[in-house]
Structure formats: C-alpha cells, structure tokens
Design a protein around this ligand. Structure first.
Ligand SMILES: O=c1ccn([C@@H]2O[C@H](COP(=O)(O)O)[C@@H](O)[C@H]2O)c(=O)[nH]1
Length: 234
C-alpha cells in the first residue's frame, strides 16, 4: 500500500537530501521539496531526487500576478511534479492561471492559512477571522477557481472534506504525540489528520531531525497503517 505520507526534505544539502530520501524511501509515499531545497539546488536538484523514483511534491507556494504565476508553473512543468502549491490569497485569476499551466497529472493545491499562524497572527495581518473561517473561505475560492485542493492544518481538514468531498487536502504541521512543535501552531498527529480526511500528510523535522530518521519514518508509517482511515479501506 502506498502511504499518503510525504517527507519534507528541507535542506540546501543536495547529497544529504538524496541520502535521506533513499534511507526513508520504504516508509514514505513521496518527497516534498520546498523553498530551501529549491533555492539552493534548483530544477537540477529536483531532477536528481526524482531519480529515486518517488513522486515529488514541489512546495514552492507561488504567489504573484496571474501572468507570472502561470509562466512559472509552465516552467516547472518539465519536472513533472505530482503536486504543486500556490497561495490562495493570490486570488481567483492567479489560481486559474496556475491550474491552466499545470501538467494534467499535477495537483495544484492552494495554501490557505499557514500552519505556523494562529488567530492572533491573522488579526495582526488584518484578517478578522479565525483560521477555520479563513480556511473555509479560501477553500471555496480555490474550488471555484478549478484547482484540486488546499493546504490546511489537521484542525480544519474535517470541515474542508465535508464541504468539498472530492477535494485534495494536504496537511502539514504534523507531530507525533510528545514531539517538539517548533514554529508550528496548529498541529495534530499524522494519524489524527488522516482520520479527519487528509489526502496527503507532510512530515518534515519529526523525521529529518530525529536521531534516527529511518526509525522515525517507520514509526509514523506504522501509526498510519493502524489508523481507521487506512484499515477501513484495506
Ligand atoms: O501551512 C503550511 C504549508 C507548508 N508547510 C511546509 O510543510 C513542512 C513542514 O515541516 P515540519 O518540519 O514538519 O514542520 C515544511 O516544509 C513547510 O514549509 C507547513 O509547515 N505549513
């Protein structure tokens, strides 16, 4: 069974990223490469990690005018990402441009409210809503713009799934019970997020910064195999 678990390889070190990806490959379903990796290694780095055969999620969180985002997505298309992120707050025309330029097999998902933010952070940025309200609002916009789904926290995914039954829901901000939360504010365990309706789980530091990343990935994978969402469909 392919697990809906992608490891976030957040490092500028290409060789280190490649060895880590190789080491955890039997416990994850794919690799998530983000700004830190891409800024240091660019498309060549992505190609190198893709050689391992795992699907690649390009988490570049594009956010610009529609013309620029559409052209950036078109430039990324040869890398054949399985998933690509944009920011939902870029607006309808930008979301439409991203989806129109993406390859047919690539899911375009829009970041709603970063999992590192809480209600006070939103207020400071001029958003007078709870994270749940803002996620719901941006999910409606993303859906109506023709994108595939959203990025949200595990706390909002059940409501998102109910409102958008065939949406694709990417959930980061995941922490096994008792592990360090770091800069994340809206966190859940991987198994809880899966049971609440997540389509794809993103886990970074609980694996990559663990004393034994392979054992950490194995333990998370095992918790997912025992989660009702997977045992029910097995
Ligand atoms: O709202 C968001 C959107 C993206 N991320 C990304 O997920 C990983 C999480 O890493 P951890 O080490 O497990 O905290 C990271 O690459 C973020 O850029 C997110 O955390 N929240």
């Amino acid at each position: 069974m392919t697990l809906p678990l992608f490891v976030a390889i957040d490092t500028p070190d290409l060789d280190g990223a490649a060895s880590l990806a190789d080491a955890v490959r039997s416990h994850v379903g794919g690799l998530k490469l983000g700004l830190e990796f891409f800024a240091a290694n660019g498309p060549e780095g992505v190609r190198r990690l893709a050689q391992g055969g795992l699907p690649v999620f390009l988490d570049l969180k594009l956010h610009d005018i529609p013309n620029t985002v559409g052209k950036a997505v078109a430039a990324l298309a040869p890398l054949a990402p399985a998933v690509l992120t944009v920011h939902a707050t870029g607006g309808r025309a930008m979301l439409e441009a991203a989806k129109a330029a993406a390859p047919p097999n690539c899911k375009v998902v829009a970041v709603t409210v970063l999992t590192s933010l809480d209600e006070a952070d939103l207020a400071e940025a001029g958003v007078a809503s709870t994270p749940a309200e803002q996620v719901a609002r941006l999910a409606r916009l993303t859906r109506s713009a023709g994108c595939d789904g959203i990025v949200c926290s595990g706390s909002e995914v059940a409501a998102a799934r109910e409102a958008w039954p065939d949406g694709y829901f990417v959930v980061p901000g995941l922490r096994p019970a008792g592990s360090d939360v770091g800069d994340q504010k809206r966190v859940l365990t991987p198994a809880e997020a899966l049971d609440r309706g997540a389509s794809l789980l993103v886990v970074g530091r609980p694996i990559t910064a663990a004393p034994d990343p392979v054992e950490a990935a194995r333990a998370i994978a095992s918790s997912l195999r025992q989660a009702p969402a997977l045992t029910a469909s097995a």
